[in-house]
Design a protein around this ligand. Structure first.
Ligand code: SF4
Ligand code: SF4
Length: 298
């Protein structure tokens, strides 16, 4: 059993309690235009190319056995149809201008990696968080991974966009101590426009999950011009009323992923902004008034 993972981040402090290792799975059914991890969206491997580090020396072109790279003007173009993702160009480049996003891991390999830090989990009340991309699309692997972690008595968290088969969520719920559940946009038309899919399954799954699990943190990305408005907050409050939700994280947009879009050769939607601090404080108070624990940030 194998899964594509694009990052195993140690000493993570924003993805659940204590010090954690966050395992980022590759592949996501959503395509949020503000996504901070655009390299997570595609299920397979991808080439990241940092033009600012490239001296156009041509070493990678010579190293590539598939003739997939060529110089076009002052940059390199990689023909992904020809690329075998063996990484000869990555090893050849002395400027570290090329990287491969995504590596296949077996369950044993990923367990070995996360167990290296168990002393930190123990001392800080931390554990392992499965994130992405979307962990649910690697259902079998994720279920087996969570079971192994529980056998080792490690706290588990799953960060999900909630878009998937509820049967999978139900199966993994037994081995998941904490769900970090993202709710992006309450207006369905806008949700389709900005993420590519309807929010109906996501809201329905949240409702069903709250009936069988008692540790759910709701995570709300807030982007000025898209969903950072009072109507959205009021609608979230209406939707979650009566649900078993403990905590709300307000996640203001930031544009730190801009360079990742450049490296992937994808357009970056630059017209988004972080909501003003006063707005965030007002939204925080709106949730607190209804009895929720709220944090601005992860
Ligand atoms: S080897 Fe590195 S520096 Fe040279 S052309 Fe390729 S990416 Fe650019
Ligand atoms: S759900 Fe998350 S990983 Fe998927 S596209 Fe949206 S922000 Fe990115």
């Amino acid at each position: 059993m194998k899964a594509y993972i694009f990052n195993i981040q140690k000493f993570s402090v924003h993805d659940g309690p204590g010090i954690r290792t966050t395992v980022f799975f590759k592949g996501c059914p959503l395509k949020c235009i503000w996504c901070h991890n655009p390299e997570s969206q595609s299920k397979g491997k991808e080439i990241l190319y940092d033009k600012s580090k490239c001296s156009l020396c041509g070493t990678c072109i010579r190293a590539c056995r598939n003739q997939a790279i060529e110089i076009k003007g002052k940059t390199l173009m990689t023909n992904m149809d020809k690329c075998s993702f063996k990484g000869d160009c990555v090893f050849a480049c002395i400027n570290s201008a090329r990287q491969i996003a995504g590596k296949e891991y077996t369950l044993d390999e990923v367990m070995k990696e996360v167990l290296k830090d168990r002393v930190f989990y123990k001392n800080s009340g931390g554990g392992v968080t499965l994130s992405g991309g979307e962990p649910l699309i690697h259902a079998e692997f994720v279920e087996a991974f969570l079971k192994e972690l529980k056998k080792e008595n490690i706290h588990t968290a799953v960060d999900t966009c909630g878009y998937g088969d509820f049967k999978v969520i139900e199966r993994i719920a037994e081995y998941t101590d904490l769900f970090l559940y993202d709710l992006k946009i309450t207006d369905d038309e806008k949700h389709i426009l900005y993420t590519g899919v309807s929010n109906k399954i996501i809201i329905d799954n949240l409702f069903k999950l709250s009936k069988i699990h008692d540790n759910i943190n709701l995570r709300l990305p807030l982007i000025e011009g898209i969903n950072a408005d009072e109507n959205h907050i009021l609608e979230v409050l209406r939707l979650i009323k009566g649900m078993n939700i403990n905590k709300v994280n307000l996640l203001p947009y930031h544009d730190i992923a801009r360079h990742k879009y450049e490296k992937l050769g994808r357009p970056f939607a630059g017209n988004m902004e972080k909501p003003a601090d006063e707005k965030l404080i007002r939204y925080k108070e709106m949730f607190e008034k209804e009895g929720y624990m709220v944090k601005i940030g992860g």
